[in-house]
Design a protein around this ligand. Structure first.
Ligand code: PSU
Ligand code: MN
Length: 296
């Protein structure tokens, strides 16, 4: 059912630390041709930190954990690549389409492959003004034992609502070297986080304690704030114009998030893109360090 890249297959046999990487950010989150460049750089960051990268996607209906070069190019450049959440996986296998996986779908496949650590940019969550538009990322996190490293939830979302949902689902939220909940493009979303951690070793200790306590049937969210944030005034202005444009164009369902991210990248003339790239690189670095710490 799952095909492993040569590198991931060797890492599994050797018991090496592996980091799962999502592919929707490559296909639908970052503009071309930067997306392919970043996908490659992120994999290299994971390797330099002593872990093995496993970018996850479906190619012609087959689930791949770890992509070979031609497969990564396919995800980054082929217009027919769709965005797949967990509910889409079995259907895409049947139709033999190629698909990039969201946080929810990537986490699901990572668990099937026995991978415990996962890096993304920003989590999905509750959408502003639409309390029934809630990313399947949240329900996935409530069901999968995995550590996800992110820069908080995407700032296009209802951050307060998303934090409340994470509390309901008993998903712990940790601030990496901070007590401020990161705001994706912004270092601080304006919300506090109760629990701060200062090292991958502390996160590994929490992971082990949860197994003993049997509170490990769900994810741990590690939030890693971006160092050089977007200008907050510019951020808020673009967010407002983006939300208005999404409503005016009747953008719904899985198209909402890619639409808003694209609006940001265009309207900010590359400033949000610069931040998004910083985020994914720094999260991948931290995820690799955590994966290494879990093996100690
Ligand atoms: N983080 C980014 N860019 C992205 C995403 C995350 O920096 O494009 C993707 C992830 O795959 C996440 C998805 O799961 O956006 C959320 O989409 P939705 O709101 O439709 O669930
Ligand atoms: Mn949605």
């Amino acid at each position: 059912m799952i095909k492993y890249s040569a590198e991931v297959s060797a890492a599994r046999s050797a018991g090496k630390p592996i980091v799962a990487l999502e592919s929707t950010i490559i296909s639908h989150g970052l503009p071309r041709p930067k997306n392919l460049e970043v996908a490659r750089e992120v994999e290299e960051i994971v390797r330099s930190a002593g872990a093995v990268p496993a970018t996850i996607a479906l190619i012609d209906g087959v689930i791949h954990v770890g992509l070979e070069e031609d497969q990564l190019i396919r995800i980054a450049t082929d217009d027919s690549v769709v965005k797949a959440s967990t509910r889409d996986l079995a259907i895409i296998e049947m139709t033999k389409q190629s698909a990039a996986t969201t946080v929810a779908a990537t986490a699901h496949i990572a668990k099937l492959a026995g991978v415990d650590v996962f890096a993304t940019g920003g989590l999905g969550g509750v959408h502003r003004g639409h309390s029934y538009d809630e990313s399947a990322d949240l329900t996935a996190l409530s069901q999968l034992e995995i550590i996800i490293v992110c820069a908080g939830v995407k700032s296009i979302l209802d951050v307060a609502g998303t934090l409340e949902r994470l509390e309901t689902y008993s998903v712990p939220v940790l601030g990496y070297k901070t007590n401020k909940f990161p705001g994706f493009y912004l270092t601080d979303s304006g919300f506090e986080i109760e629990h701060r951690v200062d090292s991958p070793a502390e996160i590994a200790a929490i992971w082990k304690n949860r197994a003993d306590l049997k509170t490990n049937d769900r994810a741990i969210v590690v939030t890693n704030p971006v160092a050089n944030q977007m200008n907050p005034a510019l951020h808020d202005e673009i967010l407002n114009s983006g939300l208005a444009a999404a409503a005016a164009n009747h953008i719904v369902g899985k198209a909402v998030t890619p639409f808003l991210l694209e609006h940001f990248h265009t309207a900010s003339k590359g400033e949000s893109l610069r931040v998004n790239i910083d985020i994914i690189k720094s999260n991948s670095q931290l995820a690799a360090e955590i994966a290494v710490a879990l093996k100690k």
